[in-house]
Design a protein around this ligand. Structure first.
Ligand code: MLT
Length: 267
């Protein structure tokens, strides 16, 4: 489905009924990152899984997609769908966007899941690398990015033992537009440090970490959870950065347990 928000066509999935859960994908993916979760959760919950601007079927008119802008699109989408409050669940860049929602729209959150993500901004070196990669994607296309990223996104065990998943992730990166990737890389490079707001988050927050995540080292998730007033950490063994795809059963189990605990309070 598509709607117009903030002057662009935004594509999204809206499946199931019940407590609304907004699933925010990471970079450089689209809503299909959440395929196993959409399938499982929509049996008991209303699952909204958008394509962020510049990804999947959503448009991209700008050359920098800031985290606050992504957040604004998603809140506009919830407005159009008549949803006052949702559980916000973001993976990696989706987590950066979730924190932008926590900063500007805390009243819209029923709960928060920060999956394989961090609150800090980029270091100087990472920022420069993002700008360089953004330029290269425009000149060379995103084939090199798909090749370079897959090994970092998935654990060694997944790369060796699950070629179908490797191909699924590789293809998802390949089919994203260079313009969307360019704008998101610049947006991530320019994002601010949102660590300061963690101590003000009032909703129960589950932090999910992949034990073998090479993009978000485990100690960062341990540090993140310590800053949250009502936070707890779930660790997914045998998983790299894409825990929800690498260990979907375990991931769904902890997500469902978390949602059940929230549903009790929101009745
Ligand atoms: C993601 O999965 O969204 C990215 O790895 C985040 C990042 O590059 O910081």
């Amino acid at each position: 489905m598509k709607v117009e928000v903030n002057g662009i066509q935004l594509s999204y999935e809206d499946q199931g009924k019940g407590l609304p859960v907004l699933l925010i994908h990471g970079f450089p993916f689209d809503h299909q990152l959440w395929q196993p979760q959409i399938e499982a959760l929509s049996k008991n919950y209303r699952v909204i899984a958008p394509d962020l601007r510049g990804f999947g079927e959503s448009e991209i008119p700008n050359d920098t997609s800031g985290m606050a802008q992504f957040a604004g699109d998603l809140i506009a989408l919830l407005d159009l769908l008549g949803i006052d409050q949702a559980v916000i669940c973001g993976l990696s860049m989706g987590g950066y966007i979730s924190l932008a929602i926590a900063e500007s729209f805390p009243e819209r959150m029923l709960g928060l899941v920060l999956s394989n993500t961090r609150s800090a901004k980029d270091t100087y070196a990472v920022r420069q690398n993002r700008y360089n990669t953004a330029e290269k994607v425009i000149s060379a296309g995103n084939g090199f990015l798909a090749d370079d990223m897959v090994g970092n996104l998935l654990s060694g065990k997944t790369v060796e033992g699950n070629p179908d998943l490797v191909a699924f992730v590789h293809d998802m990166i390949l089919r994203q537009s260079s313009a969307g990737i360019y704008a998101a890389l610049r947006g991530m490079a320019e994002r601010k440090d949102r660590t300061f707001l963690l101590s003000d988050i009032e909703v129960p927050t589950m932090v999910i970490a992949g034990k073998e995540d090479s993009i978000i080292p485990f100690f960062e998730s341990e540090r993140l959870v310590k800053s949250l007033p009502i936070g707890y950490l779930e660790v997914i063994e045998d998983s790299g950065h894409l825990s929800n795809l690498e260990q979907p059963e375990r991931y769904n189990e902890i997500l469902e347990k978390y949602l059940e605990s929230l549903a009790v309070f929101s009745k």
